[in-house]
Structure formats: structure tokens, C-alpha cells
Design a protein around this ligand. Sequence first.
Ligand SMILES: Nc1nc2c(ncn2[C@@H]2O[C@H](COP(=O)(O)OP(=O)(O)OP(=O)(O)O)[C@@H](O)[C@H]2O)c(=O)[nH]1
Ligand SMILES: Nc1nc2c(ncn2[C@@H]2O[C@H](COP(=O)(O)OP(=O)(O)OP(=O)(O)O)[C@@H](O)[C@H]2O)c(=O)[nH]1
Ligand SMILES: [Mg+2]
Ligand SMILES: [Mg+2]
Lengths: 286, 291
Amino acid sequence: FLGKRTIDDSFLDDLEDSLISGDVGVKTTLEIIDRLRERVSKNAFTSEKELIEQLHETISDSLKSGMKGVETFDQFMEQVSMKKPFVILIVGVNGVGKTTTIGKLASRFNKLGKKVVLGAADTFRAAAADQLEIWAKRAEVRIVLHQDGADPAAVAFDTVQSALARNEDVVLIDTAGRLHNKLHLMDELNKIQRSVEKILPGAPHEVFLVLDASTGQNALVQAREFSKVVRISGLVLTKLDGTAKGGIVLGICNELKTPVRFIGVGEQIEDLRPFDPEIFVDALFE
Amino acid sequence: DLSAKFDSVFRKIRGENRITELNIADSMRDIRRALLEADVNIQVAREFTEKVREKALGADVLKSVSPGQQIVKHVYDELVTLLGGSHTGIRFSQKLPSVILVCGLQGSGKTTFCGKLANQLKKQGKVPAIVAADIYRPAAIDQLKKLGSQISVPVLSYGIQDAVEVARRGVEESRLAGRGVVIIDTAGRLHVDSEMMDEVRRIKEAVSPEEILFVVDAMTGQDAVNTAKAFWDTVSYTGVVMTKMDGDTRGGAALSIRQVVGQPIKFLSYGEKLESLDPFYPDRLAQRILG
Ligand SMILES: Nc1nc2c(ncn2[C@@H]2O[C@H](COP(=O)(O)OP(=O)(O)OP(=O)(O)O)[C@@H](O)[C@H]2O)c(=O)[nH]1
Ligand SMILES: Nc1nc2c(ncn2[C@@H]2O[C@H](COP(=O)(O)OP(=O)(O)OP(=O)(O)O)[C@@H](O)[C@H]2O)c(=O)[nH]1
Ligand SMILES: [Mg+2]
Ligand SMILES: [Mg+2]
């Protein structure tokens, strides 16, 4: 034969299984597999190896497409340098790693010479402000705190206002974890965004939705619902140091075109990496 | 919804004289898909659907006026059976204090659950104390102390960098103070972190808990089986707690964990407040998983 080798059904079945096991979800997995079956029937591939290589490329291209040209960390920092202060709002459901991610981001920006201030706008959960305060010390950045039970929108407003007054470079605003089906909490989040906008038109410049890599199909619902109340501009995928693959981002990127900006790979301050689609897709198929 | 889908499939099948393997294949695929969309583990969904297939070829379905509904009833019944019979409560020991060890992955809701459990036990007349054995997370001890003060339950902490020793001292201090129950909060940990998994095993060995609860976030996907198995291999927990059930996630992880590890789901946490803790009702979760 001329190097042609038929790709059998069981190969595609195994591929389907590994995508579903990686939390890619049924709908997105079937879209990928059906498209592959069609191409296989047209003899588009000369070998299984070639099919896998092209599949990798297709998936990482779709993950890159949401990045709108801001692909590397340096390109992201160029964006950050264009606004003063550059305001990032951090949102997501309970326990996903928002506060820890802010500590890591703060440290990274600080090490690049940026003046950073944190806004402790989680005024609800027990010791949330204490937790963020410890991260501020570790990252060597300033923090704005109000008393427990204060209006989170006011904390956000004050943080941005003080950053303007002090000519600081980056504002990171922490918010309380909240489930997207709690409408009053979604309203509160919208109010926080609006109060930041009020003191600085155009802000927040980035709103990161933090997702736990071990989350299942509910992540897509989270992304949809949070996008309705705040301008989600990026995702942070945490706890990728576990065995979960975080395949949920494929469906989110397809549907909402939201890029993954960073990944969390541990609990220490340095355990944050810019998102690399190729490395991510390799891990998905391991 | 599944029932309506199956009814339309069976209306077509009616024309043929019996339900065969072939013509229920689509329905079985629909069931498996519904389970996967509910985050049930892929292998568990496969095995579960296989069980339902056998029942689907049974006489009651064939003779039924609405075979679709019959099949869904089988799916539902099978789910309820698998999820586990009646509510299983906390195991208490004869000699005091009874020790409850709480463990799980990062952010699953352990610390909050310790507060909820202490709240419930206090109302039941047990005299609980909580031991703050998460010595790593920033302000973890503060968090627990604040929760404890909300319900007037003592939170014991020691400024030492050894979680096993903290747990041991906490149990000993509680015993001397005549406490009825000690709840030990531990740090979130990954099942692939061998040092931390060894730590929780050593805590167990040091305090011999009657009850070890594995706390799981209800929105966990396919990875639930990996973590549930690994924690099972390390500490053979006696019960499972599903948290954040006030969200809209389908909760299929519960079925996967029940199937693969077999330990009972003892509590469902339904919110951030310390009052929001319910015993587990398998029929309600079955409805939810089916969507
Ligand atoms: N292994 C691992 N753990 C992480 C990662 N990111 C955060 N965590 C841990 O996850 C737990 C929750 O992190 P938090 O930062 O408190 O999460 P949060 O979203 O702010 O939580 P709430 O404010 O309560 O909603 C902590 O134990 C963190 O150390 C990560 O990338 N890897
Ligand atoms: N909506 C909701 N939130 C919950 C529930 N249980 C816990 N939470 C929230 O989930 C987040 C994490 O809870 P924690 O108790 O800090 O979780 P943990 O397992 O102790 O976290 P680590 O110690 O970092 O591993 C907090 O924001 C809690 O308020 C629940 O049943 N419903
Ligand atoms: Mg937080
Ligand atoms: Mg905790």
C-alpha cells in the first residue's frame, strides 16, 4: 500500500471516550468526532497519527481564536500597560480559587515593576478579607479593606478611586464566590461592575471568570450566566495540578469565544502560568 | 425530557410486534447521554445503561401502555437504588469524645461543613468542638474561629506546624474538657499529592475517628471517580458529603462515587449559611440527575 491505512471505528470510539473523560462534554465531543468521521470517510488522513496531529491543531486553533491576537503573556502585559490603572475584576462560583489567583497575579505584576492594589470586595465570607490581606503581604502589594458586611460595590469603587489618586498601575478586585442561579448575588455582581465603571469609564478592563478544572458540565452554565451580568473577557482555569483535564473550556470557547488567560497549577504564589493551548491539548489526550 | 423522548420512540416501535435490542438502542443511547450530561462518570454511565437495557426488555415494558414511561421509571428506580437506601446518620462512639474527620479536595466546602455539622450536633445536645488542623491555607484558622463564634462552638488551634499533632492535641483537650464530639477540619489536598495524602492517613491513625467524611463539590465532573477512589484507598472514609447542592448542577458525581466506592452519602449542603445542611434523600437526587 502507499502508506494508506484505514482508521477503524474503535480508534474513534476510544478518542470519543477520552474526550468525554476529560470533561469536554457530549455535545462538543460529538461535534469533534462526527467531523472526524466525515473526514475519515473521505480518506482525509493517511494514518491515525496524522488524524491526532490534525485534531490537536484544530482544537488549539479554536482555543486560540478567542484570544483575538493577544496570545502571549507579553502581549497581555502590553494591553495592561495601555490603561492606568488597568482594572481586573475576578468572579466565579464558591471555592474555585479566586482569592488565591489574585495573590498569584498580584505577585507576578509586582515583579514586573507594576504598582498593584487589591480590592477586598468579598465582604461576606468568614475571614475572606483576612485571607486576601495575607496574599497582599506575600505579593508585597497594597490592599483596600472595608469592615465585614460593607457594600462590595463601595469597596470596588474606593479601590479604583484610590488607585487613580495614587497613580497605580493595576487594580485586582476580589469578589465573593456566588452561584449563578442566585439572582440577587448576580445583581450584586452587576452592581460591582457598574460602580467600577462609574469611577473609571471603560473599567473593568478585564473580567476573569475563574473555573475549577475539576468542574463538569455546569461550567458552561456558569460561563453563560456570569456573562449575562458582567463582561467576561477571560477565563482562569485552576487546580490543573490535579488529574482533571479542564476539558469544559472547549465548549465555553466554542460558544462564548472567551479565551483562557491563565491556569492555576498549585497553591503557592508562583503557581500561575499564562495559558498555552498546545500544552493544554497535549494534556487533554494523555 | 427523557420520558417524552422514549414515548415517541416506542410509538414507532409499536408497529413492530416487540421491542428488540435494535430498536431500543436509541433510547439506551439517550439515557447514557443524559447521564453523561449530568456528569456521571463515563464507565459508570455505561454500566448503568446496561442494567437498564436488561430491564427495558422485560415484560412490564413490553406490555405497557406507555413503555417510554416504564423505562424512565426503571431508570429512576435503578438510580434511587444505586444512590443508596435510607438516610445514614453519623456514627458515634461509645467512649467520648466521638471523633469525626473531615477531608477532601481544595475548595470543596470542608471548613463551612465543619461549622454546619457542629451547629447541627450542638442542637442535638451533643457537645461539639472543632479542631483547626488546616495549618496551611491563609486565614483558615481565622475562618473556622469566626464560624465557631457564630454558633458558640469552641475552635481549638495550636500554633504548631504539624497537622497530625494539632489533631491529636485537639482530641485530647476535648476529652479532658468533656466534649461529646470533636470535628477535625483538614486542609484541602490533591489525591496526587503523596505527602498530603500521607498526612491525612497519619491524622486518622493518630485519632482513630469513628466517622471520616469525604467532602465533594456537587459540580465535580469526570474526575470525581479518581479522587473518590484515591481518598478511599488512603483513609477508607465512612461517608460522603455533597456540597453546593443549592446550585443547578445535576450532581452525577454522586452516582459515580456511590457506584465506584459504595460509601453512603450522608449529608447534602444547600447553601453558605450554617443552617443549610440536609440529610441525604436518594429520590430527590435521582430526579435531579435525570434532569
Ligand atoms: N491545588 C491547587 N489548589 C488551588 C489552586 N488555586 C486555588 N487553590 C486552593 O483552592 C482553595 C480555594 O481557594 P480560594 O482562593 O479561597 O477560592 P475562592 O474562589 O476565593 O473561594 P471563595 O472566595 O470562598 O469563593 C484553597 O485551598 C486554595 O489554596 C490551584 O491552582 N491548585
Ligand atoms: N453556595 C454554597 N456555597 C458553599 C457551600 N458549602 C461551602 N460553600 C462555599 O464554598 C466556598 C469554599 O468553602 P470552604 O469551606 O472554605 O471550603 P474548604 O473545603 O474548606 O476549602 P479549602 O480549605 O481551601 O480546601 C466558600 O465560599 C463557602 O462559603 C454550599 O453548600 N453552598
Ligand atoms: Mg475568595
Ligand atoms: Mg477549609
